[in-house]
Ligand binder design. Structure first.
Ligand code: FES
Ligand code: FES
Length: 159
């Protein structure tokens, strides 16, 4: 079937098999390979992207279900001027990553949660990210990064 998905603001059209997963569409059709496949079974969150602004595990969504939708991957966060998105900058500043495999999904889950809850508590951050697994960091710096990003993102919100 033919699908057209707007990925990071760019329409991507392709013939795909009915069973094609969104994560494979993003990686293999849109050629955006920062979104990782860690488990393929909805467990790890490495494949997290935004679908019409909400975070989803893209190994759980068919490309066909995203037809006509907007997808944002971690490559689409920075504004094109070389400035990192506040969540990316906070992960960098707070050492919120080690091997980096979980990081694109972790960042996208954080962006989604901060859009819904601009002033989260530590407990709320931990709860929101519990679907994203990290085998390296022990999570402390990730949580610190998300909390550090919150004020910067609040400043960017329209009054
Ligand atoms: S690859 Fe999608 S949740 Fe692990
Ligand atoms: S930084 Fe290695 S899995 Fe999270």
């Amino acid at each position: 079937m033919k699908v057209i998905v707007t990925v990071n603001g760019r329409p991507v059209a392709a013939e795909v098999a009915d069973r094609t997963l969104l994560v494979h569409f993003v990686r293999d059709v849109a050629n955006l390979t920062a979104t990782n496949v860690g488990c393929d079974t909805t467990s790890c969150g490495a494949c997290t992207v935004l679908l019409d602004g909400k975070s989803v595990k893209s190994c759980t969504v068919l490309a066909a279900q995203a037809d006509g939708c907007e997808v944002t991957t971690v490559e689409g966060l920075a504004d094109g001027t070389g400035e990192m998105h506040p969540v990316q900058a906070a992960f960098h500043a707070e050492h919120g990553l080690q091997c980096g495999f979980c990081t694109p999904g972790m960042v996208m889950a954080a962006v989604s949660m901060l859009a819904e809850n601009p002033s989260p508590t530590e407990e709320e951050v931990r709860s929101a990210l519990e679907g994203n697994l990290c085998r390296c960091t022990g999570y402390h710096n990730i949580v610190r990064a998300v909390l550090a990003a919150a004020p910067a993102l609040r400043e960017r919100r329209p009054a």
